[in-house]
Design a protein around this ligand. Structure first.
Ligand code: CA
Ligand code: CA
Ligand code: CA
Length: 144
């Protein structure tokens, strides 16, 4: 499936949503969609499996987008996560910013700015989930 622009994501998400008010795709809404479009029901489970990243049985918009841009997110994350433990520490962030060509005397300012936005649980590190969430929100957020 070729889904690229923000508008495309929003439109196809809405289509699966059925009950668009809650902005979640549930098994039920998928089944309705299948009925309407005469698609075989057995696709519902595999669709849920693939997209429901935190396994809470609903597909949120961020999960929906993440599925399609996960390669992009992983590549960006790996650029900073030098030891590949799925966490970006302050040191890794600093090294990554230096490599990306940021001025040395602006590094602390940049780091704090990034941590403020991405480090949702304030543990001083950026987890993959925090990074992916921010990436989706800043690039593909849902217009109201
Ligand atoms: Ca979910
Ligand atoms: Ca790391
Ligand atoms: Ca964190």
């Amino acid at each position: 499936m070729l889904l690229r622009t923000k508008q495309d994501f929003q439109n196809s998400f809405k289509e699966f949503c059925v009950n668009t008010a809650n902005r979640e795709i549930t098994k039920k809404s998928l089944q309705k969609w299948c009925q309407k479009n005469k698609v075989k029901m057995q696709h519902v489970d595999s669709f849920m499996d693939k997209h429901d990243l935190n396994h809470d049985h609903v597909i949120e918009y961020s999960e929906f987008v993440q599925f399609y841009v996960s390669t992009e997110i992983k590549e960006n994350f790996a650029r900073y996560d030098a030891n590949n433990d799925q966490m970006i520490t302050k040191q890794e962030l600093r090294d990554g910013l230096l490599k990306a060509g940021h001025e040395e005397d602006m590094l602390d300012f940049e780091m704090n700015r990034i941590l403020e936005k991405m480090d949702v649980n304030h543990d001083g590190q950026i987890s993959y989930a925090e990074f992916a969430d921010y990436f989706v929100k800043s690039n593909y957020s849902f217009d109201k």
